[in-house]
Design a protein around this ligand. Sequence first.
Ligand SMILES: Nc1ncnc2c1ncn2[C@@H]1O[C@H](COP(=O)(O)OP(=O)(O)OP(=O)(O)O)[C@@H](O)[C@H]1O
Length: 450
Amino acid sequence: MRLSLDSFRAGLQPGTVYRVAFSGGLDSTVLLDLMQELRFLIPFELQAVHVHHGLLAEADGWSRHCAEVAGKYGIVLDTLRVDACPRPGESPEGAARTARYRAFEALLNPGDILLTAQHLDDQAETLLLQLMRGAGLPGLAAMPAVAPFGRGMLHRPLLRFSRREILEYARNKGLTWIEDPSNRDERYDRNFIRRRIMPQLATRWPAIAANLARSAGHCAEAAGLLDKQADTLAAAATPADDPASLDVIAVRALPPDEQRLLLRRWIKKRGLRAPSAKLLERIRWEILESSGEHAPAIAWADGDVRRYRQRLYLVPPATDFAPSWTSDWTGETLLRLPGGDSLVASLESGPGIDPARWRDGTITVRYRRQGDRIEPAGRLGHRELKKLFQEAGLPPWERNRQPIVCIDGRIAAIGGSRWLASEFAGPREQLNVVVHWDQTAVAGNGHRLS
Ligand SMILES: Nc1ncnc2c1ncn2[C@@H]1O[C@H](COP(=O)(O)OP(=O)(O)OP(=O)(O)O)[C@@H](O)[C@H]1O
């Protein structure tokens, strides 16, 4: 399909904020040019975002080039600096890519659409790369044209167009762009496939790139159906009182292929990388099938799968947790906790802290200390927090992370408002201060990268 304003514009939505991920390379230069032409025909807001990785000496020059191009168009450009530190088993390029998408994600406001410039040949190469890795359907689905991303969406509007068509557009318009010298380095698998394998295949099958991209589309559809099936299985195995966990008995009752399907989805939905087949088998054998007496656990770079009693938990890699941390708080603004999670307080009907006690006291927030005890609201007698947590089936690794809100140094609420101290609890029929503990940052509710 020839790349033109007309063939490209399908699907663009008036009133949307579009942010073009602009590296300064050929593809995103063409994408930015198309978008800046179309903003005069379709009423949307256009901005660009460039990530400065600080990895290469050339990065400063690339940022300057991007700023000049955006300036010439009169488009706002955000330049974000990221410092990517590879995780065990991750390449520096992989870490840079993860850091880049994190930075994009943080920038998006609700409803914003991030545009990246991958095209049809990238898609074909991605499918081949996935085949080389022995990927399953989700990998063979390659890159979706449209996907939820952070608080908005990620669109790849050039996925229908080939590299040749993009180059032709750039030449016709006299655009200038940066050539990244690493794109010629055939030590990278993608470059090897692009420069050596695809041209060879195209001599025999001229439509190879389009055909491979079509196969990726078929895989994407099938993978979507399997996701729906996995969600149904997960819903049936999720305990109502603890939606973050899975019921071991329910998962164990499934045939092995459905167990794998469900576990893969469960891990992925928390924004973690897809587990290897070997890891899944270990989870099945060492955790699901074990007696569960010794709280079995499997740790890998992305997190820990743990079992406590008859529940399975996914624990993100340990964040910088500071047990001795403490902070003053008034409840008027959100309180960021050391692990990235947060507390907010609001006046609501139902169980909570008496607003008069809250107003008259000095509020502090801290973590558990040895010997902490409270008299839980609605019950007689004091209990150690350890006992309280055990009774509630709170897994051991969750216990020290429960934020504790104190009034004048005495415990008032724990784990948001999960446990309230009777001495501070307000009468149910009035509006009370309810503390909410938002753990999404810690749970790693990330996006799918591709
Ligand atoms: N430094 C950057 N700043 C802004 N956007 C970028 C940057 N690098 C890449 N992008 C965006 O991502 C798109 C894909 O780039 P590239 O193929 O180099 O990345 P990748 O690491 O292979 O990512 P993917 O696997 O998602 O394709 C580019 O067309 C561009 O839109």
